[in-house]
Design a protein. Sequence first.
Length: 430
Amino acid sequence: MPEATTLAYAREMDARDPMRHFRDRFFIPQHNGQDSLYLCGNSLGLQPKTAEAALKHELEHWKTHGVEGHFRGDLPWMDYHKFLTEQSAHVVGAMPEEVVVMNTLTTNLHLMMVSFYRPDATRFKIIMEAGAFPSDQYAVESQVKWHGFSPEEAIVEVQPRTGEDTLRTEDIIATIEEHGAQTALVLFGGVNYFTGQLFDMQAITEAAHRAGAYAGFDLAHAAGNAHLKLHDWGADFAVWCSYKYLNSGPGGPSGAFVHERHGNNPDLPRFAGWWGHDENERFLMRKGFHPMPGAAGWQLSNAQIFSFAVHKASLDIFYEATMPALRQKSEQLTGYLEKLLQGLPAGRFRIITPTNPEARGCQLSIYTEKEGQKLFDTLSEQGVIADWREDNLSGKQLPPGEAGVIRVAPTPLYNTFEEVYRFVELLGAA
């Protein structure tokens, strides 16, 4: 093999890649007539080439059958959520009856907290990571207030140690143990959006349960990225979106996981809707809610068929590729990106994402304190599509555009080793 720091090495790795043909399943945005360096699957995944046909299929179904489309054809709308369960279960490591696609991410987070955040005078605290995605922070804050508690008292945020960028698992567990008797819920992201840290969800779940609390996860940056085992880990619930690594379009539908020990408990409190009602009685239109078994019992309304169709087009690709194979390539791609970045002159930036592959997904967060936005814009002008986020976490009072991270996520379904090489080459020049 050629030297790892050469273009020849990157091309040789691509030639040996057994997953390389999946790139041809996606449309690559163009820049000056050539493929852009699209490294932004952590924000919005690319469009599968099968998405248009899937959407047209449902439009034609509607045109041909009208309301009878609910019961006719190969994918009758009445059962459409069922056509996504096996693939979704594969992505998050669950049993099919433990997952359902419905609504959007923060809506599902609220629905899960209705069931799994049941505070009382003794147990009322929620433990979460500091710097969680703002939507999670707002959802938690509003839930705490809804129940009559003060966010300052009820929300416990685990901070990195002084001088460190990411959390230590032992500090998360120690915080859970410290507040355990007062803790109702431990709620973490699977992967932190800013640092790219992949949390030890099994250890967090076990610590939460030892403390007598529920454990839930927002997998927005983990689903389709990390190798998840929600059922085996024993998580109580999880939610995720589909427009990032799952490539299902802007505003795409969300997924939810409810462990089987809860999904088959009809007495567990929840907000109910008719699509979560026993499907054998649904059209009898009677009073009295009787939930479907499993996660399906948390559904509220009919499936959003057009967005579900696009989501299915992408999920089918994941099911074919398999998460273990994608994860294996992901570790190689991100490891290659890290190695090349480490070869650039020190001092201009630093990687704040953990170096341990088991503690990260695709994304590396490249942190800079000086003219970060300018550096990002220079890369954008040369065809790099990545992501810039201001540093609002460190407390440093710097002007906008100075300090922050360039989030770079080489995704295994459609990114290549040569793209990683060319990105680092452009970054070095910039």
